[in-house]
Design a protein around this ligand. Structure first.
Ligand code: HEM
Length: 361
């Protein structure tokens, strides 16, 4: 068996790049619907538990409210109930993402030019993330966890499970913990900002759930009926874009539109933040209008609307993310209204400390 603990994460990443799509795509596709019931149960319990706290506090930070919920949904589903310290996990992932985003956005590759203590912090958090990934993978592959979890399912068809399973599993854990809960919590936070501004949309989500799922019992069978709720999320991704750029390296020489030369190895930036607002593609592009995603011609948004990117490096968790966010939004709309406290200074990049209050319906 390969002793993966001694393989640096970056090196292991090269191995992973070769076949992660083959291994993960079938698992992360529409099959994730099977998690809907767990997500509904966990999210409902979370709201019930938090309700009494919120009733006392009245004012709360929306992101800090949603972070532990999205993390616990990941824990209860893909990570098979792995015991994690929520506060510690959330702060490590936040720190890691802040540093890597700054690195990606910086033409000068800033972290390498930082003074030593700041650079050291980057390594410290990378090491922490590697330990966290190891812990999750080991737990899910161990006999402590259930016989049929996501990780064991991925490991079983591997050609050489003894040699490669552990390398792959820690990378799967790493990818999913980095990408899989903060993104959902942040998307929902932005959705709540829009809903606070457009209360009629809260009512339409409420009407949809009453109409399509009258007993309020969302399940893996009926979650796909929540098309308006889903459209609100898609419009949130478009109008309130959280991923402004995608980065790619050209793998061959190419001419775009017969006039722009791209050379193999060139760094390409795909500006989603512009594509999402271009009047050429979007009618009333500055308006917040979820209905545009109910349009049966929705397909025409392909290659223009890329909140989850596309192609071999596109988001592996898009079905999971959309399903989870739709469930949470529907549960919220059915029971509560969240309102932005007026006259507060909002940092739309960081989304931290945005205060809201809630009313029970
Ligand atoms: C609202 C939620 C989410 C958004 C907007 C989002 C968006 C994205 C985007 C744009 C990428 C591609 C980045 C690039 O091309 O450079 C990506 C990659 C990825 N996402 Fe997501 N994501 C979300 C949720 C999730 C969830 C819930 C999971 C897992 C459960 C997940 C797992 C991944 C993984 C593993 C990758 C890397 C794929 C690879 O390297 O091949 N994402 N995501």
């Amino acid at each position: 068996m390969v002793e993966t603990k001694n393989i640096p994460l970056d090196e292991a990443m090269e191995l992973w790049k070769k076949d992660r799509r083959d291994v993960l795509n079938p698992m992360m596709g529409p099959n994730v619907k099977e998690y809907a019931d767990i997500i509904v149960k966990n999210s409902t319990n979370y709201f019930q538990k938090k309700e009494s706290e919120l009733e006392k506090e009245k004012i709360f930070s929306i992101l800090e409210f949603l972070y532990p919920l999205a993390l616990s949904n990941l824990q209860k589903t893909i990570f098979d109930n792995v015991p994690l310290n929520a506060a510690d996990t959330i702060s490590s992932v936040e720190e890691y993402m802040n540093i890597t985003t700054a690195y990606q956005l910086s033409i000068l590759k800033l972290p390498w030019r930082l003074p030593m203590p700041a650079r050291f912090r980057r390594f410290k958090v990378a090491k922490k993330m590697a330990q966290l990934s190891d812990f999750i993978a080991e737990y899910c592959l161990s006999s402590e966890s259930s016989g049929d979890n996501f990780f064991k399912k991925i490991a079983s068809p591997m050609k050489n499970p003894d040699e490669s399973a552990r390398i792959h599993m820690r990378l799967v854990a790493f990818g999913i913990i980095v990408a899989g809960f903060a993104s959902v919590a942040r998307a929902l936070t932005v959705a709540c900002l829009y809903l606070s501004r457009y209360p009629l949309i809260w009512d339409k989500i409420y009407a949809e759930i009453n109409d399509k799922i009258p007993d309020g019992n969302i399940t893996s069978q009926n979650v796909s009926l929540l098309s308006y709720t889903r459209a609100v999320l898609l419009e949130t991704f478009r109008h309130g874009n959280r991923i402004p750029f995608l980065f790619r390296t050209a793998i061959a020489n190419h001419k775009i539109d017969g006039q722009y030369d791209v050379k193999k190895g060139d760094q390409m930036i795909i500006p989603l933040c512009y594509l999402d607002h271009m009047p050429a593609y979007w009618e009333n592009s500055e308006g917040f209008n979820p209905d545009r995603f109910l349009n049966p011609l929705g397909e025409r948004y392909n290659y223009v609307f890329l909140p989850f990117s596309i192609g071999p490096r596109g988001c592996l968790g898009r079905h999971f993310a959309l399903m989870q966010a739709s469930i949470i939004l529907a549960i919220m709309a059915k029971r509560y209204r969240f309102w932005l406290i007026p006259n507060q200074k909002i940092n739309i990049q960081r989304l931290e400390n945005i205060s809201m209050e809630f009313n029970k319906i």
